[in-house]
Design a protein around this ligand. Structure first.
Ligand code: COA
Ligand code: AMP
Length: 651
């Protein structure tokens, strides 16, 4: 039996023993009383009674153990050309002092601090400083605009907002001040302080008493030690897109999270303390939280903060130069980044030029990795390319090829097998378990392992409603897929209205909310359609009101602008079709799944519940004339909410 399967079986048969052993990977101020307290199930309390602190485990203990001179964070900015190395000792000093600054602003255990910053070392300092105090950080991705920011501020009610004067995107400087101001103009809640990191590329004017300069505040502060916190205390809230316009605040604890991440970096990614790990993502996403910041530092590794893109900053060799310059052992990015590099450098000349000789593996996640891209990357890099599957809610991989245990044969397109801790099952619409080869809902049998979400912020009921009520006894991942005969999992796509655009998770519901607020819009639907670079991009289908003055082109242009201004450029919402009507079921539900299949040139058929088959035929024509390769209607209708049947079951 492969080591991964052996540990997987052990972790399910005796989860308490398994995770108790893993808990020795971090330091505790007081040992737990119960490995897992299920008294309030389904709300689990891993390591209940234990006292620890994530910042202590990420910094203090490594400095004490003699790792002070080792680089902790290497900031490498393709946007500015700056490379800055912070050793564990330097990062510790900055974090302890900035935590002191936060104390001076009245921040303490349990208070929320919202971080709206680009990928700069101070953002990591901010996250760790919150952890040090037992304050709860909530990082908002810089590509989100006012509306998204406002919703998060109102939900998290942060005492302090930490921001920067600007972010840098190719060809433009993004001033954060006006975005934050626009967000605060719509919130009911008002933070007490806003601390701004001034960057040389753009200076933000600071108005009134509540806006403070980061460096001044930090310089005036005294360093503070770690606040011992309960293992079950919240470490952070990270909002993620659900099916509605309201994002879900995923809550992560200190103890279980630190144990699971430390274990995963060794066992899944095969890292050892002292080595360099690079997750080429952003701190605003879960990948950034788990594998730019927490896991590498918890294990005593060096982590890279890369500010730039895989291509265009300035070319498709950027990743390979960074990997080579800093002796990166393992690189983690989204498949879309590989597609972008391949498009510019199909023969891998840039890779050959830099030849990062220390690179052991490339991990891909964030969206489905298409076999073609995996095969290209494998050929070009000459190292294992490992697709792995997880989500914001779980915080660490659910299915992977665990490099740190034993590399299993790679099947491009499959994230391999379940990772120890996760009991993955496939269910049909009625909750019946499906055999291998049959596609259905991918679910996780309860209990979930440590490090996964403990609840949704201020919304225990929402946690149950969103994840646990559809299939009692299971956590619904929102993904569809199947197991093949070798026990490999294939995750084929979402079963809900969440889409993945360039590895960024977005809610079509949130975009629809923005569209429906336009005075000319009577009705709308947003679907994710296949895109060769970004995986998926949103497409708006809009029915306008009867008496409107705008032409369809003007309406489309205004809608594109509103989504960019309200949700942010990262939604990549560029296309709207103004149509006469939308095809629906007799109960009034828009046939989004069928429309998506039509736009993606997949087989489709009118479902038996359709209200008016002519409306669907009409949409087929509209999509065709808009350039989509709609195939003729075929066979039986697929389940509206399940991804297509397997393309390759035994690859
Ligand atoms: N702040 C402000 N704007 C941002 C931003 C940020 N932090 N991040 C992205 N944007 C903007 C971009 O400038 C772009 O604007 P534009 O419409 O004016 O061009 C838009 O949002 C879309 O950005 P992006 O998704 O990055 O697309 P792109 O076309 O600029 O680049 C890729 C395409 C494939 C190179 C890019 O998506 C990429 O690097 N993807 C990697 C994905 C990743 O790291 N995912 C995280 C999960 S692992
Ligand atoms: P996020 O919460 O932003 O990490 O997005 C998680 C979602 O991205 C998952 O629920 C999947 O739909 C998708 N996803 C992430 N990784 C993979 C993968 N390796 N294969 C298929 N889908 C993936």
């Amino acid at each position: 039996m492969a080591r991964q399967d052996e540990l997987h079986a052990r972790s399910l048969a005796a989860p308490r023993e398994f995770w108790e052993e893993a808990a020795s990977g971090i330091e505790w101020f007081r040992r737990w009383e119960q490995v897992c307290d299920e008294a309030r199930a389904p709300f689990l309390r891993w390591f209940a009674g234990g006292v620890t602190n994530t910042c202590h485990n990420a910094l203090d203990r490594h400095v004490t153990a003699g790792r002070g001179a080792q680089p902790a964070v290497i900031y490498d900015s393709a946007m500015t050309g700056v490379v800055r190395v912070l050793s564990y000792q330097e990062l510790y000093d900055e974090v302890a002092r900035f935590a002191g600054a936060l104390v001076g602003l009245g921040v303490g255990r349990g208070d929320r601090v919202l971080i709206y910053m680009p990928i700069v070392p101070e953002a990591v300092v901010a996250m760790l400083a919150c952890a040090r105090l037992g304050a709860i950080h909530s990082v908002v991705f810089g590509g989100f605009a006012a509306r998204e920011l406002a919703t998060r501020i109102d939900d998290a009610r942060p005492k302090v907002v930490l921001s920067a004067s600007c972010g840098l995107e190719p060809g433009r400087v993004i001033a954060y001040g006006p975005l934050l101001e626009a967000a605060l103009a719509r919130t009911a809640f008002s933070p007490q302080h806003i601390v701004v990191l001034q960057r040389p590329e753009h200076t933000q004017p600071l108005h009134g008493d509540r806006m403070l300069d980061w460096r001044r505040v930090a310089a005036a502060a005294e360093p503070v030690g770690c606040t011992p916190v309960a293992a079950t205390d919240p470490l952070y809230v990270l909002y993620t897109s659900g099916t509605t316009g309201k994002p879900k605040g995923v809550v992560r604890d200190h103890g279980g999270h630190a144990v699971a991440l430390t274990w995963s970096l060794r066992s899944v990614y095969g890292m050892q303390p002292g080595e360099t790990f690079w997750a080429a993502s952003d701190i605003g996403w879960v990948v950034g939280h788990s594998y730019i910041v927490y896991a590498p530092l918890l294990l005593g590794c060096t982590t890279i903060l890369y500010e730039g893109k895989p291509v265009g900053t300035p070319d498709a060799g950027a990743y390979w130069r960074v990997a080579s310059r800093h002796d990166v052992k393992v690189l983690f990015t989204a498949p879309t980044a590989m597609r972008a590099i391949r498009r510019e450098d199909p023969d891998g000349h840039f890779f050959a030029q830099s030849s990062p000789r220390t690179l052991r593996a490339l991990f891909l996640a964030g969206e489905r990795a298409d076999p073609d891209t995996v095969e290209w990357a494998q050929r070009t890099l000459g190292v294992p390319v490992i697709d792995h599957w997880w989500q914001t809610e779980t915080g660490w991989p659910i299915a992977a090829n665990c490099l740190g245990l034993e590399l299993l044969p790679v099947k491009p397109g499959s994230p391999t097998r379940p990772v120890p801790g996760y009991d993955v099952r496939i269910l049909d619409d009625d909750g019946g378990e499906l055999p291998s080869g049959s596609s259905g809902h991918v679910v996780l049998r309860l209990p979930l392992p440590p490090g996964t979400l403990t609840t949704l912020w201020n919304d225990d009921e929402g946690f149950i409603r969103s994840y646990l009520s559809r299939f009692p006894g299971y956590y619904a991942t929102g993904d569809g897929g199947y197991f093949d005969a070798d026990g490999y999992l294939w995750v084929m796509g979402r079963t809900d209205d969440v889409i993945n655009v360039a590895g960024h998770r977005l809610s079509t519901g949130a975009i629809e909310e923005v569209l429906s607020r336009h005075p000319d819009v009577a009705e709308c639907a947003v679907i994710g359609v296949a895109d060769a670079l970004k995986g998926q991009v949103p497409l708006g289908l809009v029915v306008s009101k009867r008496e409107v003055v705008r032409t369809p082109a003007e309406l489309a242009e205004e809608l594109v602008r509103s989504v960019r201004e309200e949700i942010g450029p990262v939604a990549a919402f560029k296309r709207v079709l103004v149509v006469e009507r939308l095809p629906k079921t007799r109960s009034g539900k828009i046939l989004r799944g069928t429309l998506r299949r039509m736009a993606d040139a997949a087989p489709w058929a009118a479902p038996p519940t359709i209200e008016d088959p002519a409306a669907l035929a009409e949409m087929g024509e509209i999509l065709r004339s808009a350039g989509f390769d709609v195939v003729a209607a075929t066979g039986e209708a697929a389940a509206e909410n399940l991804p297509e049947a397997p393309g390759s079951r035994t690859a």
